[in-house]
Design a protein around this ligand. Sequence first.
Ligand code: FDA
Length: 407
Amino acid sequence: MQTCDVVIVGAGAAGLFCAGVAGQLGLSVLLIDHSQKVAEKIRISGGGRSNFTNRLIDASAPHKHFLSENPHFCRSALSRYTAQDFIELMKSYDIPFHEKHKGQLFCDRSSEDLIQMLLKECDKGGVMRWQGCGVKAIASEDAGYNLQTDQGEVHAGAVVIATGGLSIPQIGATDFGYRIASQYGLRLVSRRAGLVPLTFDGAEWAPYASLAGLSLPVSIETGAKKTLMRFDEDLLFTHRGLSGPAVLQISSYWQEGQPLHLNLAPQEDIEGSLMQAKVRSKKLIANELGAWVPHRLADAWVAQDPQWQRPVAEASDKALLQLAQKLSRWPLTPNGSEGYKKAEVTLGGVDTRDLSSQTMESKQPGLYFIGEVVDVTGWLGGYNFQWAWSSAFACAQALKQKQALAQ
Ligand code: FDA
């Protein structure tokens, strides 16, 4: 039987980082993953370049960029291991990176640089890795846990669950973490796909389906008053609905049955411009619109109403006003999302009421949860990886302290 101080299940972002830090603190660590390859999500993230953190994370106000039943839960971990700390680690490995926009940091070359760094950190800590190894059962026993795995029995003083969320099952996502939480009576916040493209009823979407591939900057919002959320980002039309950063961001806040409102020309005063055009222009409305939104969108838009298919000078004020209002506040109610197959993250997860925000240890002594399996979900833009690094670091420190106290 293999024995060690800690077994970490899941060699993704959080598991790899936790293993490296804990190993370097002197703990004997076994890292187990059922996939043959480590960190498949890091590999595909950020279009293959990993948006590995965000320079603008405000650890003192995590509710600005993180969703959770308790958005303040992540404050402690985020302030003890910051974006700057991770940036320093990347620099110490001479990994080139750049900022795209809104504080988002990406690898210059490829995500592989980041994965290799995490593996080297594990090597420095003498971490044992079992890849392609499933965990069949976990049972608590005197002074720790017994794990039945595909490579035999393991005894460990502590177990860290870092198995992530449900998104992209085709590269290894499972509900393992949630099942282990339930096995030990920990509460779960219901799960749903986040940072995900939204879909619309086929008939409703038919006029826009031909716009698939078109991208433009928009303003998008959902909710009202206290729940109002707005993002100014790029929108992408797809065959079945909408995607792009604007929609991925809003999808985490959108509730089923609620409408979204889009402003397709947020920088323009469409109403004023159309009224001015009416007195000076001989152009068709679609051609006027083409100055403010892509021509394909302008054509699809005016096709919806015969009153809009004429020269702007001949249109009634009412028709122009309706056109401007619909363009600047287009109400749309999605019929759903593309689901976990296309989602970047899973909202919900292990209820933070049953975890320590200082250590990530659960109410079940010696059982820890880190990363996306926890009910903490960040915005698009590097926030989710930073949560993985920060929660992993807090956990590794706590494991070391607990061991020191026990000696
Ligand atoms: P992660 O999913 O990374 O790792 C979980 C590990 O557990 C996997 O290796 C899996 O094989 C393993 N596992 C699962 N079940 C198991 C079982 N039963 N037994 C053993 N092992 C098991 N975030 C960000 O900040 N910037 C970005 O650029 C992107 N981009 C992005 C693109 C795409 C396409 C996706 C799907 C996601 C992103 N994300 C992102 C989100 C980010 O990838 C995600 O939040 C982190 O990887 C979560 O890290 P974890 O370590 O918690 O889970």
